[in-house]
Design a binder for this molecule. Structure first.
Ligand code: COA
Length: 440
């Protein structure tokens, strides 16, 4: 058994009594009230999910297993001559809650290396896609088609106790995570490099190998590590994480669950916003004939977008009420590595002008930038100019957090998810009776 799996097994055994006790002794305790506004308004803020992998504080931003992003970057082991830690170390942290040693990271790296090879039919499915397909549709399909590899399914149909569900799920998760960079780079080569593909290098870590397969020199290996780490998890209520959890709750395989989460990520209000930021800025760049806009010109562009009834991509958040630390980490990277990049200059001006405008506009509860406002510019700078591909990169990262959550969901026997819905008629009748009661 791998070091990680052994450690995880011990953690699961320690944790199970805590969940059991909460359910058995305090299952009836009320933790939240729900308003009509929340029911109609996308369940915003309703406390109805549990995860121990990450927690999102509205003002502080994300913590992975209790660690802020700067702490994660400081504490996790890094490859030699790298600024950014191993992605494999992050998986170890998300799964176990512990900062791994160098040897423990190497163990995960070895596990990934053993599992990277794609079945032949995955290439054939990608090859069969019509040109001009969106890479997220291709990515999702390539993951779906691997459902037949599911070890969980084989074990389930052979018969296994509930307490063992997490083990084949863990195997499926590692098999899938190891393959995602291979799938993504194959899609990239097919769509944008005339099918000219660079083979995987078995000696490299996940981030290093991804950069190698993309054919991009240093520091793109660090860019990849940074990107996958900061996009991995954002607690459980966002569309992609929640979709992964929901689909897996019916005991669908990791492949079907992760492909569903990829489909959720592909919406412009969620992960696709990283593509939208670049598309929107390029429209402006064309108008400006490549000149850097003044602050006043940028303000006008922002207002024109708002007055046309559109959102400013990369700004706002359903939970956050401050600048997203995932934005800040990337901004610092840009200030260090690409301060003169023209697109970064655009993004930098946006950082200054958008929040006051959104405040004046008066709608968005959070006027500050989110992760997507800053990620595309880094990709663009290092030569990944096909911005339709950016959400695929987000998807590789997000799959790490979603898989970690699904393994724990099964370890703690979380049941199939099934909230209750009401009709509008029922809501109106409920309001009527409450108002009558008040009058009495
Ligand atoms: C992320 C997002 C979907 C959150 O939605 P939310 O929780 O409903 O946000 P709010 O409660 O602040 O929305 C209240 C209003 O402000 C608007 N608003 C929020 N962010 C806005 C933005 N960036 N630009 C313009 N308007 C915005 C909403 O569209 C909504 O308008 P409505 O009342 O006409 O429906 C939203 O901020 C958004 O669309 N941002 C741009 C897309 C983006 O960057 N997505 C990636 C998020 S990580």
């Amino acid at each position: 058994m791998s070091v990680l799996k052994e450690k995880l097994a011990a953690k699961i055994n320690e944790w199970r009594p805590r969940t059991r006790k909460l359910l058995k002794e305090h299952g009836e305790m009320i933790i939240d009230n729900v308003t009509i506004g929340q029911i109609i308004g996308g369940m915003r803020g309703v406390k109805s999910l549990v995860t121990d992998i990450s927690y999102l504080d509205p003002n502080e931003g994300i913590r992975y297993r209790g660690y802020t992003l700067p702490e994660v970057f400081k504490k996790l082991p890094k490859p030699k001559n790298a600024e950014i830690p191993y992605v494999e170390g992050l998986l170890y942290l998300l799964l176990t809650g512990d900062i791994p040693s160098e040897e423990e990271v190497m163990d995960v790296e070895d596990e990934f290396k053993k599992r990277r090879i794609l079945p032949r039919y995955v290439y054939e499915v990608i090859d069969a896609f019509p040109s001009l397909s969106h890479p997220m549709a291709m990515f999702s399909s390539a993951i779906t088609i691997m459902h037949r590899e599911s070890f969980f399914n084989k074990k389930y149909y052979a018969g296994m106790p509930k307490t063992s569900y997490w083990e084949p799920t863990y195997e499926d998760a590692l098999n899938l995570l190891a393959k995602l960079p291979e799938i993504a780079t194959y899609i990239y080569a097919k769509l944008y490099r005339d099918g000219k593909r660079i083979q995987s290098n078995p000696n490299l870590d996940m981030g290093g190998n991804f950069a190698h397969m993309m054919g991009i020199d240093k520091p793109y290996d660090d860019v990849s590590r940074l990107h996958f780490i900061i996009h991995s998890d954002h607690e459980s209520g966002n569309v992609s994480a929640h979709t992964g959890h929901l689909v897996a709750s019916s005991l669908s395989s990791i492949y079907l669950s992760v492909s569903a989460m990829i489909n959720g990520l592909a919406g412009p209000l969620h992960g696709l916003a990283n593509q939208e930021v670049l598309r929107w800025l390029h429209d402006l760049r064309e108008k400006m004939e490549d000149q850097i806009p003044t602050q006043n010109e940028m303000k006008q562009y922002v207002w024109d977008t708002l007055n046309a009834g559109q959102v400013i991509p990369g700004f706002g958040h359903a939970v956050l009420r401050k600048t997203d630390p995932r934005y800040t980490v990337q901004r610092e990277f840009c200030l260090k590595h690409l301060p003169e990049d023209p697109i970064f200059k655009y993004v930098d001006i946006l950082y200054k002008v958008v929040p006051p405008i959104l405040k004046e506009h008066g709608k968005a509860k959070n006027p500050w930038p989110n992760v997507d406002a800053q990620s595309g510019v880094i990709q663009w700078h290092y030569g990944v100019k096909e911005y339709e591909f950016y959400t695929v990169l987000f998807g590789i990262g997000r799959a790490i957090g979603v898989c970690a959550n699904i393994i724990w969901d099964r370890a703690l026997s979380y049941p199939i998810e099934r909230p209750k819905s009401l009709t509008t008629d029922m809501l109106e009748k409920f309001v009527e009776s409450k108002l009558k009661e008040k009058k009495k």
